[in-house]
Design a protein around this ligand. Structure first.
Ligand code: IVH
Length: 702
């Protein structure tokens, strides 16, 4: 933390530095400038990432960052390990080595009500021999726990929890989190080695944004912020970790020794709340501002209940509170079991639940033939959304939970995202409820359903099943695939029912005369549809590949595949092993690809599409190496004036460029239209992206 006057001084120095933006000639002066810039950027990181209250504009921040980068480039010996330029770790982490924690990372025991807390307090008093115990209470963050070691004021190592004794080293990935300082003045508290505990989390807002984007891209949504955070920590590419919006909250000083190796916890720092304050002052994000020191357990219970009601207003997901004996001396006296400390207790919030009634249970058939039971319930409002359909996932769950039509059921939102039925309330049954059996025949086409030995889902394997056929067509024309505007799901179903659209190639031989005779169609709308379909014939190959709906093949894999061939039909001669050689393609995906391309029906369909004029050629064969934008990566934000987003993207690809999925270190250009989104801020912060207007983009193509 910085005092008011320190902050004023730092802001003043920032202003001065922004006046003269050149690397000085002499080495000594360059060294002084680099040190100044590091200190100042560190301060602004703190204002932005810890306080969420920036003191300068993103543009000014970028200027400072660029100047530091230039200075270090001209004098590479001036780079220090805690320089902000060292946050983005390039290259991949192939594996995460196992490392031992300095102090085992234990779990917490759980309590659910005041009685549990009173019992906990009684045991603490018994163990410590003290009459009155002071507690420190703070939120229990629902993320992925980490242990970070600082030595000699520098971040040394970060690790996941693992089994509590041994975790995985994730230092490179942790370094991209700007809320975690690369250096901190532990020495000013007489600390040489410290191990901090904390939680890596994603704010609810950011989590929702990520899921929104995944939905748009046709990727499965993340279930909850915790899984998303822990998955992100173990990603191989640190640059991708940076894009996940992770933040580190440090809530515990588990180990702190001086130069001689003597612990300073009990005698110098004394209490947990002092430790939180220390972390806060050193620039960490910590629960210090929201913690409460409670004189007795009744106060603890009141604070926990207070938070139970206001948890929705907190920007981060919390699943309870953590109650800790405040004095380290008493913590030591209370000790620990092999599973949890006896001086701490989690107070778990009740899950958000609601009771409603099942009005119907139907079976939906997806485009892959998977049959999912879905309960249609009396709409209920639960944690921010109205729920009317709840998936019952698969046959086993339907059977085990014995959910019947007419049942009252308890609904919960796991991680506050996907609702599910916890159980039925059989005591409320009147006898008129109806048991539903999983269908033996596909509800769409009537053919017998199949359950493959290694799958939990039941499938319809009839490739011409209407639900699957229409599902596949809907996917094929969707925005992320062939992007045929105007041919939405309801129209696909209408044309299917009219016998005009029975397969993907049928899209390209629609009988427009017949369509004109259908109610609700006019010359103009039919012409628009015709144009959209014509335009789709020239989409880049990766969109076609994605649109084919091959199992496990998402947009990223589709791009990888496109780059591997000059013509899509080359894949018909590829072996599973060949597919597996490609970047990021594992055995499961490779097998699915081989299945698809070895199937004569699919090959026939591809030939047909080509005959109908659909592009099957890869850009690799044309623009990839020679285009005006070859080797450059682009991303668009905001509304463009001259073309739609997907047209602009196709233009990039047609000129040999690549379209990025998000703002990251690989991105070269961000093209900014009207009312840009958060990508712009991110790109500015990165400082490595050229930010250009639509006109400048057009100029590049000239
Ligand atoms: S203290 C030895 N404080 O909850 C005590 N843990 O369910 C160490 N957690 O493994 C834990 N917020 O990952 C503590 N404010 C907080 C916490 C917290 C979340 C996590 C932590 C722990 C898990 C136990």
């Amino acid at each position: 933390m910085y005092t008011e006057s320190q902050q004023r001084h730092l802001i003043q120095r920032t202003r001065q530095l922004l006046q003269r933006m050149a690397v000085p000639e002499g080495r000594q002066e360059a060294a002084r400038l680099a040190a100044d810039l590091r200190e100042i950027i560190h301060f602004h990181d703190w204002r932005y990432y810890v306080l969420s209250d920036p003191a300068i504009s993103d543009f000014e921040y970028d200027q400072l960052f660029k100047l530091l980068k230039q200075t270090e480039q001209q004098h590479p010996d001036l780079v220090t390990p805690d320089s902000p330029t060292q946050r983005v770790a390039y290259g991949l982490t192939k594996e995460f080595p196992q490392v031992s924690h300095l102090v085992p990372m234990l779990s917490l025991d759980n309590s659910y009500d005041e009685a549990d807390l009173i019992e906990f307090d009684r045991r603490v008093k018994e163990l410590t021999g003290v009459q009155q115990v002071e507690y420190c209470v703070e939120p229990k963050f629902d993320g992925a726990s980490i242990a970070v070691i600082y030595e000699n004021d520098l971040l040394k190592r970060a690790a996941t929890r693992g089994d509590g004794a041994v975790g995985e080293e994730i230092t490179n990935n942790i370094k991209v989190l700007r809320s975690l300082p690369l250096s901190a003045k532990f020495s000013s508290y007489g600390i040489y080695t410290a191990e901090l505990r904390g939680e890596v989390i994603i704010s609810k807002e950011h989590f929702n944004q990520i899921n929104q984007k995944r939905l748009e891209e046709g990727l499965p949504v993340f279930i909850n912020p915790r899984n998303t955070a822990s998955g992100a920590l173990r990603m191989q590419d640190a640059r991708e970790v940076a894009g996940r919006g992770l933040e580190a909250f440090m809530y515990h000083l588990a180990y702190a020794t001086d130069k001689e190796g003597k612990s300073v916890l009990i005698h110098k720092i004394k209490t947990h709340s002092n430790a939180l304050e220390l972390l806060y002052k050193l620039g960490f994000k910590s629960p210090y501002p929201v913690k409460k020191i409670c004189a007795n357990i009744q106060e603890v219970a009141r604070y926990c209940e207070e938070w139970q009601t206001k948890r929705d207003d907190f920007p981060y997901e919390i699943d309870g509170m953590v109650v800790k004996v405040n004095a380290f001396r008493l913590q030591e006296k209370a000790g620990a079991t092999s599973h949890h400390p006896r001086w701490a207790m989690a107070y778990k919030f009740k899950a958000r639940q609601a009771v409603t009634r099942v009005n119907n249970i139907f079976f939906s058939v997806g485009r892959t033939g998977a049959i999912t039971p879905v309960a249609q319930v009396e709409p209920v409002f639960l944690a921010g959304v109205t729920i009317s359909n709840v998936s019952l996932f698969n046959e086993e769950i339907l059977r085990e939970k014995d959910i019947r039509i007419g049942d009252h059921v308890l609904i919960e939102r796991a991680g506050d995202v996907i609702p599910y039925i916890v159980h039925a309330l059989p005591e409320k049954r009147t006898g008129s409820e109806k048991i539903v059996h999983f269908p033996k025949h596909c509800p769409s086409c009537g053919s017998p359903v199949v359950k493959l030995p290694d799958e939990t889902v039941v499938r319809c394997v009839n490739a011409s099943c209407p639900a699957q056929v229409t599902g596949r067509i809907i996917h094929f024309v969707s925005a992320s695939a062939m992007d045929i505007r105007g041919l939405g799901p309801s129209l696909v179903l209408k044309f299917y029912d009219a016998g005009l659209l029975k397969s993907i190639p049928d899209i390209y031989r629609l009988d427009y005369e017949k369509i004109l005779q259908m109610p609700g169609f006019r010359e103009k709308s039919v012409n628009n549809l015709k144009r959209a379909i014509e335009e789709s014939k020239n989409r880049p190959l990766n969109r076609l590949i994605y649109g084919l709906g091959i199992r496990y093949v998402g947009e990223a894999t589709a791009k990888t595949l496109m780059q591997a061939v000059e013509h899509l039909l080359e894949f018909k001669d590829w072996t599973v092993e060949q597919f597996e050689q490609l970047e990021d393609i594992g055995p499961k995906v490779a097998a699915s690809l081989a299945d698809f391309f070895h199937n004569p029906d699919n090959i026939r369909m591809l030939h047909e599409l080509e005959r109908l004029g659909v592009n099957l050629k890869s850009e690799k064969s044309t623009a990839h190496l020679s285009g005006k934008l070859a080797g450059k990566t682009f991303l668009f934000t905001g509304t463009l004036e001259h073309f739609s987003r997907s047209e602009a993207e196709s233009l990039v690809e047609a000129n040999g460029g690549k379209v990025a999925g998000s703002v990251n270190a690989k991105l070269n250009y961000l093209v900014v239209g009207a009312e840009p989104g958060s990508k712009l801020e991110k790109a500015k912060k990165l400082g490595t992206v050229h930010i250009i207007s639509e006109q400048q983009f057009l100029d590049l193509l000239k």
